[in-house]
Design a protein around this ligand. Sequence first.
Ligand SMILES: Nc1nc2c(ncn2[C@@H]2O[C@H](COP(=O)(O)OP(=O)(O)OP(=O)(O)O)[C@@H](O)[C@H]2O)c(=O)[nH]1
Length: 204
Amino acid sequence: MNDIKLALLGSQGAGKSAVLVRFLTRRFIGEYASNTNSLYHKRLSIDGRQLNLEVFDPCSQSSEARCILEEPVDWADGFVVVYNISDRTSFINAKNILRQIRETRMDNCKGSEVPVCLVGNKQDLCHVREVREDEGRCLAQENRCHFQEVSAAESYQDIANLFTQLIRQVMDHLKYRADRRRYSGSKSMAKLINNVFGKRRKSV
Ligand SMILES: Nc1nc2c(ncn2[C@@H]2O[C@H](COP(=O)(O)OP(=O)(O)OP(=O)(O)O)[C@@H](O)[C@H]2O)c(=O)[nH]1
């Protein structure tokens, strides 16, 4: 069974808990406790594989709260960064969060960056929109991550799709990292054998 750890990050009131609860229960619940860190567990089956999903929903992060960010950034295998399309400040905060994730978690090797999905929530409030859809798309492109506008209040399917896609990416990423570790492990073993036997051969 695979263990997958995700973290939701974003401004206060962007709708992180609403998006997550929509995914986990298919329901929209109007109000959520916002003063505690929450860890959700769910067993899932994706592409025939059984998964233990853990999702960390920390209490709100302001743009200055780097210290709050560090814990989930180290812990998680993938991230959902949420902003509210009717609140430009939350978009600017999302931009900072994406930068912090990249700075902290950029793997040395190209093509193995930690999977992230940028989510513009509250699409149902498009009459008071402050962030255009193409701005979200552009920010996602700059950060090489997936992007989706959703409404936790109105629809389940988009949210289910984005989590499923992110989990697939995380599984690929974890496999890639495990293969790399195995490969570098076998390379060092080959080096060790070469050192031991190579030297002996020379002395014969
Ligand atoms: N109109 C609308 N309201 C939403 C939507 N998603 C969440 N809300 C509302 O926005 C408010 C904040 O939602 P939360 O899910 O608590 O936001 P959060 O990001 O978890 O907030 P913190 O826990 O304070 O960090 C609540 O009143 C929700 O009902 C949405 O898609 N559309």
